[in-house]
Design a binder for this molecule. Structure first.
Ligand SMILES: Cc1cc2nc3c(=O)[nH]c(=O)nc-3n(C[C@H](O)[C@H](O)[C@H](O)COP(=O)(O)OP(=O)(O)OC[C@H]3O[C@@H](n4cnc5c(N)ncnc54)[C@H](O)[C@@H]3O)c2cc1C
Length: 289
């Protein structure tokens, strides 16, 4: 079985400091730590679990700037077999429509006979949850969304549990198909020490092109298979008019930086009655309850 997992490096929106936004209202990416998109860790775990139970090759693909290689190394530490970085200045400024087109071409260029494509349900920065379904449409394969677990895999059919408006349902579908995976549905395995020691020296082809490696180090990286393949514009059979800013129909009209400030404070005595009055007030103001 061939499984592709789409993984995204995102700004750590849980730890946003005062300098997170620039004066012009754009995100100050340099001031934000980056993390593995949480839902994508759940998607990767689901793929690795299928691999453990049924046997599979797991390929992780990420589109992003050169430093996105870090989430690919993380994927290798956890058990992915192959990784690809999709990166080119021509891709910059892509909205979800363009991003999903690039990812579709990246999948086709790297994994010929894929059975499953897994994505997270949602990325914590863009937050649209559009990329998974759009990639399925563009690949021309069916999709199951809000998947929480895999019940069984039988030759070319997969049975999964997924969230629905009414609760949950057991769904069966023929592969190849794309599934978007809910967050918090499993506990992502930690990096394996052996794999971490093996892949910690992995570098992307971008880094190989820079001159900071000695000839010996470069030879070692090639021999040990530690070179992360970069898929650039030239490697993908994608129309340049449909990608990047010019290929992105989404227009950001206005950005507001919302800063919550406390405008008044109230003191309650640290007694049973004091806590009671505070709770009553919070409920009557519809802040809780
Ligand atoms: C006009 C415009 C310009 C933009 N320019 C840029 C830019 O220059 N640089 C930039 O980083 N963003 C840019 N963005 C944001 C970018 O479009 C989105 O981050 C991207 O399309 C993913 O959308 P999302 O974050 O809503 O992902 P969702 O749809 O919420 O993600 C769902 C799942 O899809 C997969 N996925 C999503 N994105 C990727 C990815 N890149 N690689 C692998 N898997 C992925 C993951 O599995 C993820 O869990 C721009 C957006 C707009 C509207």
């Amino acid at each position: 079985m061939e499984i592709v997992v789409l993984v995204k490096q995102v700004p750590d929106t849980a730890n946003v400091g005062a300098d997170a936004m620039k004066e012009d209202g754009t995100v100050n990416r340099a001031a934000l730590q980056t993390v593995f998109n949480p839902d994508d860790l759940n998607a990767l775990e689901l793929a690795l679990d299928i691999k453990d139970k049924y046997g599979a090759n797991v390929t992780a693909i990420s589109m992003g700037p050169p430093k996105a290689v870090e989430v690919l190394k993380e994927s290798l530490y956890r058990g992915a077999d192959r990784v690809y970085l999709v990166s080119d200045v021509k891709f910059a400024g892509s909205d979800t429509l363009a991003t999903s087109l690039i990812l579709k071409h990246a999948i086709e260029a790297s994994v010929k006979n894929y059975d499953l494509v897994l994505t997270g349900r949602q990325a914590i920065d863009g937050d649209t949850a559009q990329v998974g379904p759009q990639v399925a449409e563009k690949l021309g394969i069916p999709q199951l969304t809000f998947v929480t677990s895999v019940e069984s895999v039988n030759k070319k059919t997969i049975r999964v549990s997924a969230l629905t408006d009414e609760g949950s349902a057991i769904l069966e579908a023929k592969m190849p198909l794309l599934m978007t995976v809910e967050g918090d549905v499993n506990v992502p395995r930690p990096p394996r020490v052996k794999r971490l020691l093996k892949y910690m020296n992995a570098v992307s082809e971008f880094q190989m092109e820079e001159d900071w490696l000695t000839d010996e180090e470069a030879k070692y990286i090639k021999e040990k298979g530690l070179k992360v393949k970069v898929l650039s514009f030239c490697d993908l059979n994608v129309d340049q008019n449909l990608i990047g800013l010019s290929g992105s129909p989404t227009r950001v009209k206005e950005i507001h930086s919302v800063v919550f400030k406390s405008i008044e404070s109230r003191a309650y005595p640290a007694t049973q009655d004091g806590v009671g009055s505070m709770m009553n007030e919070l409920v009557s103001e519809h802040i809780i309850g």
